[in-house]
Design a protein around this ligand. Structure first.
Ligand SMILES: [Zn+2]
Length: 222
């Protein structure tokens, strides 16, 4: 399926900052979720077990809450494995996976909550929670964080252009995890993006390419 990128997404893609607040997620409370920990079958088996355990009357309220949270967390992981797995397959298709694994990615369904108390300023917290933030890295060698509320993430599955772009975003963030600054990260992202040219409608390709080029130029003096 190929869907044209809409204007607001064109504006959003490739940018790592923004100020608009994310709508409250229904997935609140599951915490950070590292991907690649459970196969789909393992998720299904565990969720079936949880359903059975919840049928017992003697399960305490606290345990009940914990079981439900575990089940929601598995949902978030399963969805993440599918979406990020699609990005990684796109990278494989152009020989640009560069060693990235699902387990290198940690998704956040509620960045405001998940990154509270880590010393971020309120502006930084706004940024990590903004729908135009596709990914970020907090520490060198640390995980690549991907917010599940981004426009890119929510619209990726089955959309070739978005999956390609998501793959290029992962390479951008991997560059940071390896110690690179924005200039290098955007340069790597654009190089990878160019390999996907044949998948994009020409107008979309051109707009996104111009944004990436502007981002590279903006960071050239870094
Ligand atoms: Zn960056």
């Amino acid at each position: 399926m190929r869907t044209a990128l809409n204007g607001s997404l064109l504006l959003a893609l490739g940018l790592a900052v923004g100020l608009s607040a994310q709508a409250q997620s229904t997935e609140n409370g599951v915490g950070l979720v590292q991907l690649g920990q459970h196969s789909d079958d393992a998720v299904k088996d565990r969720q079936r077990q949880i359903k059975e355990e919840l049928k017992h009357q003697d399960v305490s309220k606290a345990d009940r809450g914990a079981l439900k949270a575990e089940s929601r967390k598995l949902d978030v992981e399963k969805q993440g494995n599918a979406i990020i797995g699609a990005y990684l397959r796109r990278l494989d298709g152009v020989g640009q996976r560069n060693g990235l694994q699902l387990s290198d990615i940690t998704v956040s369904a509620d960045p405001r909550h998940d990154f509270a108390g880590l010393g971020l300023t309120s502006e930084q917290l706004n940024n990590v929670a903004a729908p135009i933030t596709n990914g970020f890295v907090m520490n060198r060698d640390g995980p690549i964080y991907v917010p599940t509320g981004s426009v890119l993430y929510r619209n990726s599955l089955g959309n070739t252009e978005f999956e390609d772009f998501g793959g290029a975003v992962l390479r951008h963030e991997q560059t940071h995890a390896q110690g690179g600054g924005e200039f290098l990260a955007y340069t790597v992202q654009q190089d990878v993006f160019h390999l996907f040219k044949g998948d994009f409608q020409p107008g979309n390709f051109q707009s996104l390419d111009e944004q990436l080029r502007a981002s590279i130029e903006r960071n050239r003096e870094e």
